[in-house]
Design a protein around this ligand. Structure first.
Ligand code: GLU
Length: 552
């Protein structure tokens, strides 16, 4: 029996050839230098920060080169597929505005190089496998899982390389007739690639990040088609898909680096040019004194749910990801504070090859900065949208007190050096709750510092409210406070106070702290004048009464 006959026996219904597909998916008509990239997650888990980094880098490469960014659903590992994972991928890309130019979702396909879901490409893979069998570069292998385990155990025990190669490739050289007989008998099999490589020979591979690397040739007969669902393995699908979809640059995790020799041989077997590769480093985190790989199980921030639930602005998360992806991003951002992130000239060479340290403090800083630059009404809208999804109580309050909330958020904003109070939307309420009367029923503890005597606090507050006039501009308001301060035995001039602190009950700072704490419970708030203005006399009197009732 010829190879071709064996191929026909295995794939009787496959009539197309790789050449047919070559014609169906012609080279893309793009400008010189335009990059064709893809984000190709497997729905075996929920999108994580490493995926986010790949997606972002891909998007930047495509956008900045006038290229194409497509999304491919790599769902060949169906046993491990996780419900909701695909929906989440689409949600995250949408949420962050990393829109693919080509994709397939909910029965809709956009782009001419699909299907973009691997399980729908089975006929294509079979045509390519059939071709390899017909030229003698692939064969059915009947090793049972027991036999495979035995081989693996033996190899592990005797410190040999793991895999089916050399003498372990028991079915590599059986006759086509015997293979056909076993198939007809209904024996289970996988299709393996027939490697021609020699592990002792080297070839040079050029990774765009890591540079030229000498690697041993592949000599392992890896499975290219699984037995259960007849789907291809990752390696095979990678070669077929990235060739037919005309990918120019593959951005993928470092864990695939060790598969390069195999991919190199597979591309060569078809006579195809390999795409260029950017292997991204592992994402690391600091854990006490050690630095370790970020873990989906241990670290909530590993999964993309985290950032949305906490309410980080999307652009802050993207900047944080690019900061660890490229060592010159931060500098570029400082020089180009308002440019869209995808104009960043990403350079694979500037990617750390030893791992990217992801640091939540860093994200918080980036994010505080972003939030501080938003207008109060924009921030309010974002905060409201976040609360609607994640905190009903906050949503109700800030909807009811829309104007107060915007006015409060506007304190010391839109200035040269705006306040940087909030790192995300979920951190706003714990710092602003006192603006909402409803919250004052809950247990209250006052953060008084120097002046703690109830009667004294009461008289300061009373005096202050008696002379309060909501029409006063800030300077007038403050001069009245100072006057009161001096009248009551405090010193409004800090310098004078510091010279003879014992002569006074306290300073102007101590004096205003009393007002601040009675009105907010906190001794650190944005500008007191603005807070008083938002509260108004009636509510300030109520708060004084609450103080009288609750403070002992
Ligand atoms: N499906 C693979 C993964 O999620 C993709 C790797 C690649 O981008 O080629 O790891």
């Amino acid at each position: 029996m010829t190879n071709k006959e064996l191929a026909d026996l295995i794939f009787p219904n496959i009539t197309k050839t790789p050449e047919d597909y070559e014609a169906m998916y012609p080279k893309r008509d793009l400008m010189e230098g335009a990059k064709v990239v893809r984000f190709a997650p497997s729905p075996t888990g929920f999108m994580h920060i490493g995926n986010m980094m790949s997606a972002t880098i891909n998007y930047v490469l495509a956008k900045s080169s006038g290229g194409v960014f497509f999304l491919r659903n790599e769902d060949t590992d169906q046993a491990r597929s996780v419900e909701g994972a695909v929906e989440f991928i689409h949600h995250v890309l949408n949420y962050y505005g990393i829109y693919p130019d080509e994709y397939e979702y909910n029965g809709k396909t956009v782009g001419n190089y699909g299907p973009y879901i691997q399980s729908e490409r089975i006929e294509i893979y079979h045509a390519f496998i059939k071709y390899l069998i017909s030229i003698g570069r692939a064969y059915p292998c009947f090793l049972t899982s027991d036999e495979l385990n035995e081989i693996r155990e033996y190899q592990a025990k005797s410190k040999k390389r793991i895999g089916i190669y050399g003498r372990y490739a028991k079915f590599r050289d059986i006759s086509n007739d015997e293979a056909a007989r076993r198939i007809k008998n209904g024996e289970k099999y996988v299709i393996r690639f027939r490697s021609k490589g020699d592990f002792n020979r080297k070839f040079i591979f050029e990774d765009l990040t890591k540079g030229k690397i000498e690697m041993p040739e592949n000599d392992i007969d890896v499975p290219i088609m699984k037995s259960e669902n007849l789907l291809p393995t990752y390696h095979f699908a990678h070669v077929v898909d990235d060739h037919l979809m005309r990918t120019t640059h593959v951005v993928r995790g470092e864990e695939w680096m060790s598969s390069v020799p195999l991919h190199y041989e597979l591309f060569n077997a078809f006579g195809y040019k390999m795409p260029k590769y950017i292997h991204t480093s592992l994402i690391l985190k600091k854990d006490g004194d050690t630095i370790r790989k970020i873990s989906k199980r241990k670290d909530p921030e590993a999964l993309m749910f985290y950032y949305e639930e906490k309410g980080y602005p999307t652009l802050a998360v993207i900047d944080a990801v690019l900061t660890i992806a490229n060592s010159n991003f931060e500098e570029w951002r400082t020089n180009n504070p308002d440019k869209p992130f995808y104009e960043f000239p990403f350079s694979p060479k500037k990617m750390s090859s030893s791992g990217a340290l992801f640091d939540l403090d860093k994200l918080d800083n980036i994010s505080k900065n972003y939030i501080s630059k938003m207008s109060a009404s924009k921030l309010y809208e974002e905060y409201l949208t976040w609360a609607k999804k994640y905190d009903e109580h906050v949503y109700e309050l800030i909807s009811k007190y829309k104007e107060d909330t915007i006015n409060f958020l506007n304190i010391e904003r839109e200035t040269k050096k705006p306040r940087k109070d909030y790192e995300n939307y979920s951190s706003i309420f714990p710092k602003t709750w006192y603006m909402y009367d409803e919250e004052w029923n809950k247990t209250i503890s006052y953060e008084f510092t120097k002046i703690i005597n109830k009667d004294e606090i009461k008289s300061i507050m009373q005096a202050c409210l008696d002379q309060y006039d909501s029409n006063d501009v800030e300077e007038v308001w403050f001069s009245k406070i100072k006057e009161l301060c001096d009248q009551m035995g405090y010193q409004s001039n800090m310098k004078v106070y510091k010279e003879n602190p014992d002569q006074y009950k306290g300073s102007i700072a101590d004096f205003t702290t009393v007002i601040r704490v009675v009105l907010t419970t906190s001794n650190m708030t944005p500008n007191l004048y603005d807070i008083m203005k938002i509260l108004g006399r009636k509510r300030m009197i109520e708060r004084l009464n609450i103080f009288i009732e609750k403070y002992n």
